[in-house]
Design a protein around this ligand. Structure first.
Ligand SMILES: [Zn+2]
Length: 233
């Protein structure tokens, strides 16, 4: 078992699978892999719904050799909770496609909801896209919403994210130039500055960097136009 990251909507029911696996394969040892934040979250939980992490995945990563030219690799790339894992099966010599599973940064066909998917750091959110694209895969699993993705979906999400941050920088600079001191976003939201409002209402600054505050944009799974619409907020 591998925990993608330290959020209970992904690992909170894992004890049930652990129990099932123990009963079904009594002779097989069960290893639960996870990064430090997953280990700590489960260790401090008062509900026994997630099996404890038994093998820590550190910054150097880890791998499981399953034989027959099949390996599963875990690498810490963050982007969401700080030490999120990319769980990666490289393309096979027999032509089998590579697969990567990384959760809550890229949502194929959708804008990342809720302040860039509640990221701890917008910088690592963006860089996680680049780290994913450095791996050799063609099938992307994001853990939420409606479908698997492609490398093109990760590129689209990267472009959206960088455009959004650039728009926020420009909008905040305009707000500051207009005479606002301190709370540039408050100026953006003011009815007296409707033009600025179209540029920078989605973002605000916090001690952790940029935070998306207003754009929980949605796309239809087949639509692409909404990406552009959200990008231009
Ligand atoms: Zn999450």
């Amino acid at each position: 078992m591998i925990y993608s990251h330290a959020h209970y909507d992904h690992i909170g029911g894992a004890a049930r699978f652990h129990t099932w696996a123990e009963a079904t394969y009594p002779a097989a040892p069960i290893t639960v892999w996870g990064a430090a934040s997953s280990r700590d979250l489960v260790a401090t939980s008062k509900a026994p719904r997630a099996a404890p992490v038994t093998r820590l995945v550190t910054q150097t990563g880890a791998g499981i050799d399953l034989g027959a030219d099949l390996g599963v690799y875990m690498t810490v790339i963050g982007g969401h909770k700080g030490d999120d894992l990319a769980i990666y099966i490289p393309a096979g010599a027999d032509g089998a496609p590579g697969i990567v599973h990384h959760v809550d940064v890229v949502f194929p066909g959708w804008v990342a909801p809720f302040t860039l998917a509640l990221t701890d750091s917008v910088g690592t959110f963006v860089n996680a896209h680049r780290a994913l694209l450095r791996l050799d895969w063609s099938i992307f699993s994001g853990g939420h919403l409606t479908r698997l993705g492609t490398r093109g979906d990760v590129w689209t999400s990267l472009t959206y994210s960088t455009d959004l941050i650039e728009a926020a920088r420009a909008g905040t600079a305009e707000a500051a130039a207009s005479g606002a001191v301190g709370d540039a976003i408050g100026t953006c939201l003011s009815p007296a500055h409707p033009r600025l409002a179209t540029r920078c209402t989605p973002l605000s600054m916090s001690s952790g960097g940029w935070r998306l505050t207003g754009a929980s944009g949605r796309c239809s799974p087949s639509g692409g136009a909404c990406w552009a619409a959200s990008t231009l907020c």
